[in-house]
Design a binder for this molecule. Structure first.
Ligand code: NAP
Length: 453
């Protein structure tokens, strides 16, 4: 039997937008979605996680934009669910709720001195102009360590190694450019605790690291090593094999006169951040080797690398949403196929998708299959009559509640105004015409995108 359903999706990043898209396109039921977002602007990770010099990935926004334009989808920004409105209150207005709040915080780097290391996400938040993060950045270090060999480590190493002027053509705001143009970093050491076949890079991003004339990427030939399981990995996965080929090419080079060098080290496990008072003076790594059983072991051989700043790009983690069960060890919302699990079984009409469901791994496109699993389960539950029945029938009743609470929520029309303002700022740039220049300040974003305009 065809039904009319109202669903609240919490988090307007790719995960939430993909889930919304599947719901509003459902052929069987008429589904209306309200997409809640704590930031004044939509697009989550695309706006505040993807590096500014990655226009191809930022371009995914075009397809998300098309979804957001659809009539059955309503964007409600600048609202923190759990604070401005509780999950139980949402149940009074919606048949079901999907949490898609992503993962923005850094995993902790638990070595002595690790608290002095900067989480990659902090730096990403700064250079992507996220108003919840710092507005200026200390870039005095000439030698910098980046712990981890995944795509986030590539992003931050590349941004650290590029000149401010190379990044001026992107959407970076003025405060970011002002910091980056005085960046003193010349040598960046990335550390992987395992071998080249175990690196988490994607080949395209790894090759791109070397595209700037001001950067040379180097690998020590001694770090190119594979055991039997590594060879297996190469045979089984084309991306891993391509990564290895690119790294082998980097290992065949002699240093040239490029002013910025990125050294990618393998089999070096960071064990301590070395400090003198508040200053970082180095990072200590222990050499590792294959143990003959498919794993690695420490060799007891330690090296101290002179660096003055350390970043850890060892993975992100989600934060709990008030009123929703959370696994504090795995940093995800416990669920079975997308239906949230509490201590006493399934939570009434509560679902989850994206990084907060499965952990912060995978490319943006991978979230689509997640969204499919979650929305299929939600619809199956609707068909089985298991969903909540909201007490408010009027779809605009929720707006009344937001107004009653004087919440300065933003809208999709408001995003158009903010978008136009950012594009205008981009065009007006003195040196280059840019697609946009981001507005950073929270209140300024709200003033463009506010519902009362
Ligand atoms: P990731 O791919 O999981 O990489 C994390 C890295 O940190 C791994 O090399 C891991 O090594 C290392 N690591 C973890 N704990 C460590 C420790 N205690 N000491 C030393 N090294 C440690 O995570 P990510 O780089 O944060 O990326 C998250 C997701 O976003 C990935 O799927 C990524 O592809 C995606 N992403 C894509 C792009 C893009 O441009 N396409 C950009 C950014 C992110 P082990 O393997 O040894 O644990």
């Amino acid at each position: 039997m065809s039904m009319s359903l109202r669903v609240a999706v919490v988090g307007a990043g790719p995960a939430g937008i993909y889930a919304s898209d599947l719901l509003i396109r459902n052929q069987e039921h008429e589904i209306h979605v309200d997409l809640f977002e704590q930031m004044p602007a939509p697009f989550g990770l695309i706006r505040y996680g993807v590096a500014p010099d990655h226009p191809r990935i930022k371009g995914i926004v075009k397809s998300l934009h098309n979804v957001m334009d659809k009539p059955n989808l309503r964007f409600l920004g600048n609202i923190t669910v759990g604070r401005d409105i509780t999950i139980d209150e949402l149940r009074e207005y919606y048949d079901a709720i999907i949490i898609s709040a992503g993962a923005v915080r850094d995993r902790e780097f638990l070595v002595p001195g690790g608290d002095k290391s900067i989480g990659a996400g902090e730096f990403v938040g700064f250079y992507d102009g996220n108003p919840r993060f710092e507005r200026s950045w200390n870039l005095e270090a000439r030698e910098v360590a980046v712990v981890g060999v995944g795509n986030v480590a590539l992003d931050i190493s590349r941004i650290l190694a590029k000149t401010g002027d190379e990044l001026l053509v992107t959407e970076i705001p003025d405060n970011v450019y002002e910091s980056l143009k005085n960046n003193k970093a010349e040598v960046i050491h990335m550390f992987g605790r395992r071998g080249p076949a175990q690196a988490k890079f994607t080949p395209k991003e790894l090759r791109e690291l070397d595209e700037s004339d001001t950067i040379q990427v180097l690998v020590d030939p001694e770090d190119i090593d594979y055991d039997g399981p590594s060879e297996e990995l190469r045979r089984a996965d084309k991306s891993i094999d391509l990564n290895c080929q690119v790294l082998e090419q980097y290992a065949m080079r002699e240093p040239d006169d490029a002013p910025h060098k990125i050294h990618i080290h393998f089999f070096e496990s960071p064990v301590e951040v070395l400090t003198e008072g508040d200053d970082i003076v180095g990072i200590r790594t222990e050499r590792t080797e294959f143990d003959g059983e498919g794993g690695l072991r420490g060799t007891g051989k330690f090296t101290d690398w002179p660096v003055q700043q350390v970043y850890h790009a060892i993975g992100y983690r989600s934060e709990p949403v008030e009123g929703v069960p959370f696994d504090l060890e795995r940093h995800v919302i416990p669920n079975d196929g997308g239906h949230v699990l509490g201590e006493d079984g399934f939570e009434d009409s509560l679902y989850v998708t994206g990084w907060i469901k499965r952990g912060p791994v995978g490319l943006i496109g991978n979230t689509k299959s997640d969204a499919k699993e979650t929305t299929d389960m939600l619809i199956a539950d609707a068909d089985a009559g298991k969903l909540n029945t909201p007490t408010h029938e009027d779809p605009d009743a929720i707006l009344g509640l937001l107004d009653e609470r004087s919440i300065d929520y933003t809208t999709w029309d408001g995003w158009y105004r903010l978008d136009e303002a950012e594009r205008k700022l981009g065009e007006e740039c003195a040196t280059h015409s840019r697609e946009r220049k981001k507005i950073v300040e929270w209140d300024e974003m709200v003033s463009y995108a506010h519902h009362k305009q």
